[in-house]
Design a protein around this ligand. Structure first.
Ligand SMILES: [Zn+2]
Length: 202
């Protein structure tokens, strides 16, 4: 199967932002969503690095054996992505997000975090996910945790949306002044348009 063109787009390397960009949100753009089914979600999580290659393989195999559970986990992924997008997009635009979306995220984050455990191995302690009882849905938990952490972090103001194409990105510039996804794509397009507007009729 041909991979979605979204796979060719540049990742922000911020897992939350990359998770939210599994769909093209620009109303003028093509309707593309890599979350077409559970396997689509697994493929994207592998691509953005929140799932190991080994886990991606075993999750896809397991989904084949449990279609009902896979469908439920897929729907959860879509809802989480859509609510997450609505909230982070509102933050990027400096407008208040919908209370319903925040409430939904809160509920899902609380449920996910209840599976977090302390693991001990040769005197070292690490966070680990207790995945029993949620064989397919657990792949979303690390994303939910990351979402809550980014939302409450001092990096939130660096989550931006391109003023031209609405692509979401992480602004890593020193004074967080980036406005476009890419200077060579949208930045130049906007500048060219402004230039023409200024020189029209002169
Ligand atoms: Zn753009």
């Amino acid at each position: 199967m041909e991979k979605s063109p979204i796979y060719r787009w540049k990742l922000s390397h911020e897992p939350v932002v990359d998770f939210l960009m599994s769909k093209i949100w620009n109303p003028g753009g093509p309707a593309l969503d890599v979350f077409a089914d559970y396997a689509g979600v697994v493929g994207w999580l592998r691509h953005i690095g929140t799932l190991s290659a080994e886990d991606a393989r075993s999750q896809k195999a397991l989904a084949g054996k449990r279609p009902g559970e896979a469908r439920a986990a897929w729907k959860k992924a879509v809802r989480l992505r859509n609510a997450g997008y609505a909230v982070f997009s509102a933050c990027a635009d400096r407008r208040p997000p919908s209370g319903r979306d925040v409430e939904f995220l809160n509920r899902e984050v609380a449920a996910a975090m209840s599976h977090l455990r302390i693991a001990q191995s040769s005197g070292k302690y690490t966070w680990t996910w207790h995945t029993s009882g949620a064989a397919l849905a657990w792949i979303l938990w690390p994303v939910m945790r990351a979402m809550a952490e980014l939302l409450t972090s001092d990096r939130l103001h660096r989550v931006k949306q391109c003023a031209e194409c609405r692509w979401m990105f992480m602004d890593r510039s020193r004074n967080a002044s980036r406005r476009w996804c890419s200077m060579t794509v949208c930045g130049n397009r906007v500048k060219a348009r402004r230039y023409h507007e200024r020189h029209r009729g002169s």
